[in-house]
Design a protein around this ligand. Sequence first.
Ligand SMILES: *[C@@H]1O[C@H](CO)[C@@H](O)[C@H](O)[C@H]1NC(C)=O
Ligand SMILES: *[C@@H]1O[C@H](CO)[C@@H](O)[C@H](O)[C@H]1NC(C)=O
Length: 460
Amino acid sequence: MSPNQIFILLIIIPPAFFQSARGKDCVCDLKNSEPAFPDHKLTKVEATAKQCIRTITSEKMMEMDILVLGLQQRITQLDENMAKLENEDNSKLYGAVSMRIIDLEIAEIQNLLDKLNATTKGYNHLSIQTADQLEDMKDTMEDLEKFDNMQVVKKDRENQRYKKQLEECKDELEATLPPPTVLPGRCGLGRLVKVAGPRTYSLTVYSTSYTYGAWGRDVNPAPGDENKYWLVVLYTSNVYGNFIRQYSTLSTFLLNIGPIDTYIAGSNPTTNTIQGPNMVMYANALYYNCYNSYSVCQFNMTTKSVNTVALPSDTGYSSKFPFAHLGHTYGYTDMDFVTEESGVYVIYATTSNFGNVVISKVETSTPPVLGQTWSTSLHKRTVTNTFMVCGVLYATRYLDKETEEIFYSYDTKTNKERYDLRIHIKKMQANIQFLNYDPRDHLLYAYSDAYIVTYELVFQ
Ligand SMILES: *[C@@H]1O[C@H](CO)[C@@H](O)[C@H](O)[C@H]1NC(C)=O
Ligand SMILES: *[C@@H]1O[C@H](CO)[C@@H](O)[C@H](O)[C@H]1NC(C)=O
């Protein structure tokens, strides 16, 4: 029973009508043979419901998820280390070092287990209390139903049932219709048919402070860096960033253990700091839109130096051609960097292409250079984000608060565009500020109103 339904009840059963018009009184008495409606009971149920909602926050559920996820990661790591140790030759020193690493690993696992133990206990306590409250509410509501002469509660329940059946029917329809998304499969992946998930959903160490940001893994990592994750928040005005935070694994990321920050510049914003959220990491270099310019910046994480390459001079920047939908503009999203199997691309729009999307390959040499370029008919402001898989660009649009839709594709091998894709992405927050595909795990990485989210791409 939601507070809304409770409102309906209160409005529909008034005890009497009373009206005053030009001095004359107009009185309407309603003789009620039924006992008076016990609305104090309703008020109490409403209060309990509100309290229930407050105690079962998604954060409480998430805390457990994160811990379990962290645990899984550590155990995998331990497994790998054990395998390595078994394969090592019998050199005693090497073995001792590995043992030490494994000791540390086990200590961390114990640490996680303890945290999980504490969380589970708190959570158990919470569920028992909540179950009691729910039972109580159920009794009261059954009681109240006896007073429900207009059968609002019953009808409402029926409505809910119909609504559910409608949803199920819709799901079935979607499942049986052949998907209109017939795209050639490449890279041994087959056609993209579905986006599953979210697989992970979490806040960062910054909680909800920064609505614009980006994260993911290096798509072409140096040996030993395969499990590293990076995070950039647009620290200043939701537009500019000047440092990259890195974690050694996903679990240390989610638990904020041992972050390492690398600074592009001491102040923010300044020449060559980050502008806009849609950046990527490739071969230990970050690719992004340089501060207040139409250039691509390549920040070398090792040397901490920046190299640039300019896009055409009529390229939009500083919110000239941003991602948007009818109700909302995503500020400073003029340039979208994406990674796929063959490397890095930049998605932007130019005046000469009428504000429509242009795709350019970014060759990741030092300094970077622009490779092949494709012009599309896709208006940039009708798109909320893009990503690429196997040489195919996909664009998303905003359907509603819960759903983003992949509606467009451009195949750089055949130059064919399609506007009839209907692949849905289930959102946890209303807006997606960053979206990128990682060819190593076939996941979409999203930054969504301060939450970091992953989705799994399903290929046929
Ligand atoms: C959880 O904590 C309790 C004490 O608070 C302890 O008795 C129990 O052994 C712990 N369980 C695990 C799995 O660590
Ligand atoms: C970054 O610098 C290192 C060290 O000079 C170099 O080996 C590497 O190729 C550079 N990476 C890029 C992308 O420029």
